[in-house]
Design a protein around this ligand. Structure first.
Ligand code: GLC
Length: 449
């Protein structure tokens, strides 16, 4: 009996150690991601030829399967210059990019051996478009992300809600005739992922379309283990059911800070792919504010572009990337040397905190009046300056009851007009020591001078 108890205790100790080792490994895998702040999402596919909704136009029967696929004839990639893309992404401060290797429509942007429905065989592009993208990102020191839609509306073993011709001839499935359709599909999609992993060794997989099946149907747990074996250290977004490493809110910026690592993806107009009739572009100010609000809550922004079928980026999109890039470059230290900011209540606007907790960054929209107000800072303030300029600001502490550990407000001088940023002005508040916040409700001051 005694031996059994000793054995059980030893075993549970070993297990606990293994679990914490695994947690440490997970932490390490995500380190670069947590500091990345900006990624570029790239939706590139057939849909840009007619300028219609990516894959969904088929789903909603706005176009027939045949007409949708006929767009392939116009997908030329004739001016595709991934090196120029990567240089642009790097210039604007992105640390990673994520490109659609296969959207829900099932068209592969690489020359997969698992289906003839790929741009090399079906389009005038006539080549693998993923390899040069991966190479270009690596050469600029950017992390490589691959978007892959789990659901596949072309594969004959994947049922769809719209009429579709028999597509079997596009899917060589030697020796798989007697398998259940779903088993064939799982082999197909996991085969493609093995192919992508082995060839391109991505740092990140961005799955999509998991909502159509259950975790068991996707065999999500087994797949995650395989992905890690094929591309050690790879991280996976939240759309592989519960196997994801980070959350992916989409289009609506979260109001409450999500728990754990997260990334917010957003289009510049209202569509993911190239859609020239959609001119509802977000103003640069909105994109920059959104970026600030996302990083102030500890997330990354995955900002989308939808290149044209020839591989060029529309001027409206490039312009917006460059404006964001200028802002980031000017505020580099506040963006990359920081983490999520103060809890609510201290400052009315987004804030960031330096990694060592010795600096608070206050983000100002527009032109403040009278004075700028920061509450609840116990530390002595060493100095305040406008980031990206040489202007220092005067400040005064007022009110409070220092002897009762209730700090007053910090009344900060408004920067001169010429020092205000066109989009978001950032003030750096340097503290003595590590941030010490007053989080009280306030109380009577029981002992006065
Ligand atoms: C949604 C859409 C998809 C798009 C993705 C990007 O999941 O289904 O079309 O690619 O969002 O986040």
């Amino acid at each position: 009996m005694k031996r059994i108890i000793v054995l059980a205790i030893t075993l549970s100790l070993v297990m606990a150690q293994l679990v914490s080792a695994q947690e440490r490994l997970d932490e390490d895998r995500l380190t670069w991601f947590k500091d990345a702040k900006l990624g570029i999402f790239i939706h590139w596919g057939y849909y840009g030829v007619n300028g219609i909704g990516e894959s969904w136009s088929m789903y909603h029967k706005r176009i027939s399967y045949q007409d949708y696929m006929a767009q392939g004839a116009g997908f030329t990639a004739a001016n595709y210059d991934p090196q120029a893309w990567a240089k642009l992404f790097k210039k604007v401060g992105a640390r990673y990019a994520v490109m659609t290797t296969k959207h829900h429509d099932g068209v592969s942007l690489w020359d997969t051996q698992y289906s003839h429905l790929n741009v090399k065989e079906k389009t005038p592009a006539r080549r693998d478009l993923v390899a040069p993208y991966v190479e270009a990102l690596r050469s600029e020191g950017l992390k490589v992300g691959l978007y892959y839609s789990l659901c596949d509306w072309s594969h004959p073993d994947y049922e769809v809600v719209f009429p579709r011709p028999n597509t079997r001839k596009d899917y060589p499935q030697r020796g798989q005739k007697n398998l259940y359709p779903w088993e064939r599909f799982v082999r197909f999609y996991q085969g493609q992922l093995k192919e992508l992993s082995r060839r391109y060794q991505p740092h990140l997989y961005w799955f999509d379309g998991d909502w159509e099946k259950s975790s068991e149907q996707w065999r999500a747990k087994g797949l995650k283990d395989s992905l890690l074996a094929w591309s050690p250290g790879v991280i996976v977004n939240s759309r592989l059911k519960e196997e994801g490493d980070y959350k992916t809110p989409e289009q609506g910026v979260p109001v409450v800070r999500p728990e754990g690592p997260w990334e917010f993806c957003m289009t510049m107009n209202d569509n993911w792919g190239y859609y020239p009739s959609d001119t509802n572009y977000k103003p640069k100010a909105q994109i920059i504010r959104t970026f600030v609000e996302v990083i102030a809550e500890g997330g990354n922004l995955l900002l989308n572009i939808g290149p044209k079928p020839d591989g060029t980026i529309a001027p409206e999109q490039e312009e917006r990337l460059l404006a964001l890039g200028d802002w980031i470059n000017k505020h580099n230290e506040a963006v990359f040397e920081t983490k999520a900011g103060l809890p609510q209540g201290h400052f009315f606007g987004p804030t960031l905190l330096s990694k060592d907790n010795s600096k608070v960054y206050l983000c100002l929209y527009g032109q403040p009046n009278n004075y700028i107000n920061l509450k609840g800072i116990q530390n002595k303030v060493m100095g305040i300056k406008v980031v990206g300029t040489d202007q220092t600001l005067t400040f005064e502490r007022n009110g409070g009851a220092a002897w009762n550990n209730i700090p007053g407000i910090l009344r900060i001088e408004v920067p001169k007009k010429e020092y205000l940023d066109e989009y978001v002005t950032v003030l750096e508040v340097s503290l003595e020591g590590s941030l010490n916040l007053y989080r009280g409700h306030g109380n009577a001051v029981e002992l006065n001078d």
